[in-house]
Design a binder for this molecule. Sequence first.
Ligand SMILES: [Zn+2]
Length: 58
Amino acid sequence: MPGYLGNKSDSQVHHLAAMTQDCKIVEIKKLDKVYFVPDTINQAIIEKFTQCKHCIKN
Ligand SMILES: [Zn+2]
């Protein structure tokens, strides 16, 4: 199972193991879902995603 999921429509990345209802991951459309290789938050940031404030703490 992947650790991080990106949403192309709002450029946010979520930490799946820590997701909350506020992440609204079920509302992300299939075509908007992005996974990262390697599956790390750093890779998501390199790809210009913003960390979700609900599931990723700085
Ligand atoms: Zn989130």
